[in-house]
Design a protein. Structure first.
Length: 101
């Protein structure tokens, strides 16, 4: 693995893409909670890495079904929330360029 050291901190940092990190985490911990969403009841709904990958693939497939392909650009207009992350990963996994607004 390639490692990089930053001037402010000499600890080595593994250099990988976000999709590589996501799929590596899936291999190591498929049923570990990856995201949590606070429901109106104040309970937390957790999503495992396996569920996140499934939802990510659904997002990518939906974008492709709407005629958006590799290298094309889409904008994401959303507050910081689970759907934003799923859309971002869906774009990254299908080669679609997302532009956060």
């Amino acid at each position: 693995m390639a490692q990089r050291s930053y001037a402010s901190d000499e600890r080595p940092v593994v250099v990988k893409t976000l999709t590589e990190l996501l799929f590596a985490a899936l291999e190591d911990h498929p049923d570990a909670p990856a995201f949590g969403r606070i429901l109106p009841s104040r309970d937390v709904q957790y999503f495992t890495l396996r569920e996140v990958i499934s939802l990510t693939r659904d997002v990518g497939a939906a974008l492709e079904a709407h005629g958006i392909g590799r290298g094309e650009h889409v904008a994401i207009l959303s507050p910081n929330r689970l759907e934003w992350a799923l859309t971002d990963f869906g774009c990254l996994c299908t080669g679609i360029v997302d532009v956060p607004i």
